[in-house]
Design a protein around this ligand. Structure first.
Ligand SMILES: C[S@@+](CC[C@H](N)C(=O)[O-])C[C@H]1O[C@@H](n2cnc3c(N)ncnc32)[C@H](O)[C@@H]1O
Length: 421
């Protein structure tokens, strides 16, 4: 569960039912106290409605023959998107524009997203006419029509069709249709028959797509190659580990190395979300990687580099860090924050000025050579250095991984160096 997920603790089902009386008939007593029957579709629908009303002031209609979204899991995905968009918690709340692909009858992601992030707006696509109508009612009854625009998707259109126009977006999100056929659904239902997991109330139209979720998301990857930086982050949820492998392979085949993976865990259900970008924003490992050893081979390259300081004195290390930064030509400190246990410095560089080769080149250059320049060169690297019991470098922006790694090496060596006697 995401650390900011308010359902990290199970709800008080009885108190919830008292605040939403239609849930009362579904309360069951167990040795661990009151709960609900998670195998009852009606109980789940009332639970979802009760949580949405109590915790998000949302009134939501959920048709009996369409998916009933489990709120803790949907929240996990939205919280991860918040992390992707503002990984260092530094951006002011400017307008954020998202696209939800296949919003469903509930319109759950746009509704939750708008309640949780006042600066978010959505275009939500849906192909199924019944779900589209119900989503429109849910948007209207919560007075969110100025922030959520519904788009009726068509089979022959690109999945990411809102990107066809001139508008730019901050993110896309999607809970894709999962299965490739009715037979696959039946096989999966048989396998789950004796498991205690919740029932699924989805209709075939919303759960089946040719090739299943893997093919659907790989189509999005292919489409994104055309739209590229028109959207900062493309993301999707995935329900099968094999689909995650397929999508990572597709990204790698297309040389997209700026991607991120998270695990969305709710009770016994494990899902994944993947995001990718053609921009130069880089995410810290805490957002882009999961530590599950069995998934190691699928993870994106590290954007966080740590250097232990051993027994070095913190004050001395900080002094050395400051000296190393001020002695490195072309490095600009953009901000500094001091917390009780750490100091964080934001840095920008226009290129490699620290390597031996760069310094040699500068010495050889005829004097006055650089004075030809009338404009300053663009920033090639932005990173954050945090000094605590260790030195931690987080890549924030840039396209040149070698530049980031060489900078980390340079500063680490200076901070770890023994004073010359
Ligand atoms: C698994 S459901 C997810 C519904 C909702 N987002 C949720 O998380 O509960 C997938 C949805 O995608 C819709 N869908 C399938 N193909 C689509 C397409 N090409 N464009 C837009 N929506 C599509 C389905 O009708 C269905 O509502």
């Amino acid at each position: 569960m995401h650390p900011r997920n308010l359902y990290n603790q199970p709800p008080d089902f009885l108190a919830l039912a008292n605040s939403h009386p239609p849930l009362l008939p579904y309360i069951v007593q167990t040795a661990n106290g009151p709960t609900i029957d998670f195998k009852s579709q009606d109980a789940l629908r009332h639970l979802t409605q009760a949580l949405l009303y109590k915790d998000f002031s949302l009134n939501v209609q959920l048709p009996v023959d369409r998916l009933c979204p489990p709120i803790p899991n949907r929240l996990n995905y939205i919280l991860w998107i918040q992390d992707i968009l503002d990984p260092f918690h530094s951006a002011p709340a400017i307008a954020v524009r998202g696209i939800d692909i296949g919003t469903g009858a509930s319109c759950i992601y746009p509704l939750l997203g708008c309640r949780m992030s006042p600066s978010w707006k959505f275009i939500a696509t849906e192909i199924d006419p019944l779900s589209f109508e119900c989503a429109s009612v849910n948007v209207a009854s919560n007075e969110l029509h100025s922030r959520i625009h519904l788009h009726k998707a068509l089979h022959h259109e690109p999945i990411l069709s809102p990107l066809l126009g001139s508008d730019t977006f901050d993110f896309t999100m999607c809970n894709p249709p999962f299965y490739s056929s009715r037979e696959e659904i039946e096989k999966s239902t048989l396998e789950k028959e004796f498991s205690p997991s919740a029932v699924c109330t989805g209709a075939d139209t919303e759960m089946i797509t040719p090739g299943g979720e893997s093919a659907f998301v790989r189509r999005m990857v292919t489409e994104s190659l055309t739209y590229r930086t028109k959207c900062r982050w493309f993301t999707s949820m995935l329900g099968k580990l094999s689909s995650l492998t397929d999508v990572v392979n597709s990204l790698r085949e297309n040389n997209v190395e700026n991607y991120a993976i998270t695990e969305l865990v709710q009770g016994q259900t494990r899902r994944w979300a993947i995001g990718w970008s053609f921009g130069d924003e880089r995410l810290p490992d805490s957002v882009s990687r999961i530590s599950n050893q069995s998934l190691h081979g699928l993870m994106p390259p590290h954007n966080t580099i740590r250097q232990p300081l051993g027994s070095a004195d913190g004050a001395v290390a900080l002094q050395k860090l400051r000296q190393a930064l001020s002695a490195t030509e072309g490095i600009i400190a953009t901000q500094e924050r001091t917390d009780p246990d750490r100091v964080t410095i934001g840095l920008a560089a226009t290129g490699n000025t620290w390597s031996r080769a760069a310094r040699r080149k500068k010495l050889k250059a005829p004097s006055g050579d650089t004075s030809q320049r009338t404009t300053s060169p663009p920033v090639a690297l932005m990173c954050q250095v945090t000094l605590s019991h260790e030195l931690e470098f987080n890549w924030v922006r840039g396209r040149d991984r070698a530049l980031f790694e060489s900078f980390c090496n340079h500063i680490s060596r200076k901070v770890a160096s023994k004073p010359s006697s």
